[in-house]
Every structure is written in structure tokens, then in C-alpha cells.
Ligand binder design. Structure first.
Ligand code: NDP
Length: 341
């Protein structure tokens, strides 16, 4: 039996695939082109128990039908990670909301149509973006937990790209829980979601380090390439390492006690000063060569609301990778690729 991983080219998904292969699972990845499949075959090695199906655009609600029509008998676990995560658009519905929502609805419909008897567990990569209420992020009394929901509406998700991305994650995740409630008699799979905050960490393959990285790692990449006098934006949020995110996706289907849970993944607050501090301390050659902190003296403090994910930490039961380690590993990989380490 196999695990289907959607969006297998993604920053998080590559670590999920790696983790699954190391645990001996057979993996089917969906990617957008044959060229991307060929690249991953080369990277993981031709002997890996890894095959691919092409899904060019999850905005098409039927995009996964051919995958399940062909391979449903093999698939007992589905990990749905594919979803757009970037802020480079003003076409919010077309580029963020519709692919996120149709991708989730599409895979649910395909499972119902072709895999209702074979698929046992579904894990969806949601986000802290589906949890937090942006109007309360500066409120020191506000506490979000795994039970919280972003109050986004389809209308206010049109106002700016931040709202659009947060809305895309909320509407997609909500569609999954609603689908399960409405179809409990016609599908047998169990659902869990993984809701990470800002995900840091190295790329699975060093050759994939590019001048611009995946959205979340830019919070490290930009300060790393800054120079004195540059005005850095302050990244203010919470962080988690990608290797812990991958591990949580796998545990989510392996452990029955995680069925029905929203796993809130965070290892605490981070800001740009906190990232700069690790870069300056861990790479002495960078000392004095990076931009100054946008918030001098304010290191990794909550700017307001807190994310209390103590419940998730308890049920997962493994320690998360520290900020120091995560920033170090990310920056070291970049510097190595650039021939500077
Ligand atoms: P990436 O951008 O690296 O991965 C996104 C994946 O989705 C890629 O495989 C991409 O394919 C695929 N994808 C995007 N749009 C489409 C589309 N229209 N049709 C088909 N495939 C598509 O981002 P991450 O790995 O960071 O994100 C993965 C998931 O994790 C997303 O659901 C994201 O919302 C969530 N997440 C990420 C966080 C983070 O900080 N990184 C935090 C919380 C949640 P291709 O590479 O071919 O474009």
C-alpha cells in the first residue's frame, strides 16, 4: 500500500516524502509536470519506492480524478500539502483562494468517488493562518489555540494578499471538516490537519537553494544577504522547523490518537532581531556585515496575541528543533551553496 503526497515538489512536502521513504513506505507524489517528476526521481534516486502522477493545476476541481481512477487500489493514506503559498499576486481568487479550496474539495471528491473503501487516513497541511484572527494579533490578552478559527469571510479575503492567503487556508481546511461531517456514511477515511506557523529550515536538496527561497525561509534569507544600513522589515511571528513539520504529518496518520486533531505546530515566537542574533553569533564571518535590527533590544517576544499549542506538544510528545538550530541549518546550507562556507 502507498502514501499519496500532493504537491511533492514543495518545501515541506520534500521532507515529508523523505521521511516516508526512510520509514519504508511506498510513495506516490503528485507534481505539475513530467520534468518535475524526472528531477525528483533523480534527487531521491531511481531505486526509491517513489512514483509520480501529473496534476498540473489543482484549481480544476477534477484534477485528482485520474490519479485515483488509476491508482486508488494502491493508496491507503493521503497527505494533501499542495496549495499556493506566496504573496506575489493581486488576483486573489484565481491565484490563492480557488486553488486552495478546489484542491481540497477536489481530492475529497476523488477519494469519495474512487477510494472510499481503500483510503484510511487523510492528513491535510493547513496552517496557523486558518487559526489566527488578524484583528487580534496585537492584543496581548488574545490567546489562540488548536480550537481557534480565523474569522475570514470570502469578501474580506479580497481586501489584500495577507487576508487572501489566510482566507485560502481557512476555507480549504473548513471545506475538509465540513465534507467529512456531510459524508460520514459514504467515506471511511479519518482526517487530521497539520497547522504550522512560519516554517524555517533547510531545503531537502542543497541544489534547490535559489537566490529567492520559499516564502517562509525568506525571513532568514533576506537578513542573511543584508548589509549595514539596509532597512529590514521586521518578521514578527512564531516559527517551527520543517523537519518537525514533516514528522508531524507522518505521526498524524500513524497514531490513531491523533485522528480528528488539528496539530498546531509552533516552537515559540521569533522576530528579525532573533534571526540576526543567531546569524551574528553562529557565523563570526558575518559579524558587522549584516543590517541592524529593525527592533533593537526586542528579541523573539510576542508582539501581542499568543499561540498556546501546549495540547499539540503533549499529544505529539517529541521536542521541537530550536530556533538556533533551525536558523543555523538554513543559513549554513545557503552559505555552502554560495561557496561561502
Ligand atoms: P511551496 O510553495 O514550497 O509548496 C507548495 C506546493 O503546492 C508545491 O508543490 C506547488 O507546486 C504546489 N502548488 C501550488 N499551487 C498549485 C496549483 N495551482 N496546482 C498544483 N500544485 C500547486 O510551499 P510550502 O512547502 O511552504 O507549503 C506547503 C503547504 O504548507 C501549503 O499548503 C502551505 O499553505 C502550508 N504552510 C506553509 C507554511 C510555511 O511557512 N512554509 C506555514 C503553514 C502552512 P510547484 O512547486 O510545481 O509550484
Amino acid at each position: 500500500m502507498a502514501v499519496l503526497v500532493t504537491g511533492a515538489t514543495g518545501f515541506i512536502a520534500l521532507w515529508v516524502v523523505d521521511y516516508l521513504l526512510k520509514e519504508g513506505y511506498e510513495v506516490i507524489g503528485t507534481v505539475r509536470s513530467q520534468q518535475k517528476a524526472d528531477k525528483l526521481t533523480k534527487q531521491f534516486g531511481p531505486s526509491a519506492k517513489l512514483s509520480f502522477e501529473i496534476v498540473p493545476d489543482i484549481s480544476d476541481i477534477h484534477s485528482f480524478d485520474h490519479v485515483f481512477e488509476k491508482r486508488a487500489k494502491e493508496i491507503d493514506i493521503v497527505i494533501h500539502t499542495a496549495s499556493p503559498f506566496h504573496y506575489n499576486t493581486t488576483a486573489y481568487e484565481k491565484d490563492l483562494l480557488i486553488p486552495a479550496v478546489n484542491g481540497t474539495k477536489g481530492i475529497l471528491n476523488s477519494i469519495k468517488k474512487y477510494g472510499s473503501q481503500t483510503v484510511k487516513k487523510l492528513v491535510i497541511t493547513s496552517s496557523y493562518a486558518a487559526i489566527l484572527d488578524p484583528s487580534k494579533v496585537s492584543d496581548k490578552d488574545a490567546v489562540f489555540t488548536e480550537k481557534s478559527w480565523n474569522p475570514a469571510t470570502w469578501e474580506n479575503a479580497q481586501l489584500n494578499v495577507g487576508n487572501a492567503y489566510r482566507g485560502s487556508k481557512k476555507f480549504a481546511e473548513k471545506a475538509a471538516w465540513d465534507f467529512l461531517a456531510e459524508n460520514k456514511d459514504s467515506v471511511s477515511f479519518k482526517l487530521s490537519t497539520v497547522n504550522p506557523v512560519l516554517v524555517f529550515g533547510p531545503q531537502k536538496f542543497e541544489e534547490d537553494v535559489q537566490p529567492q527561497l520559499n516564502t517562509s525561509n525568506e525571513a532568514i534569507n533576506v537578513p542573511l544577504h543584508s548589509k549595514p544600513g539596509d532597512k529590514l522589515n521586521n518578521t514578527q511571528g512564531n516559527y517551527i522547523d520543517v523537519r518537525d513539520v514533516a514528522k508531524a504529518h507522518v505521526l498524524a496518520f500513524q497514531r490513531d490518537e491523533l485522528i480528528g486533531e488539528r496539530l498546531g505546530l509552533s516552537n515559540g515566537p521569533v522576530n528579525t532581531e532573533g534571526v540576526l542574533q543567531v546569524l551574528n553569533e553562529k557565523f563570526p564571518q558575518l559579524k558587522g556585515k549584516l543590517a541592524e535590527s529593525p527592533t533593537p533590544g526586542v528579541v523573539n517576544q510576542n508582539a501581542g496575541a499568543t499561540f498556546d499549542n501546549s495540547y499539540t506538544k503533549k499529544i505529539l510528545g517529541f521536542p521541537f528543533i530550536s530556533l538556533e538550530q533551525s536558523v543555523y541549518d538554513t543559513a549554513a546550507q545557503i552559505l555552502k551553496k554560495e561557496g561561502k562556507l
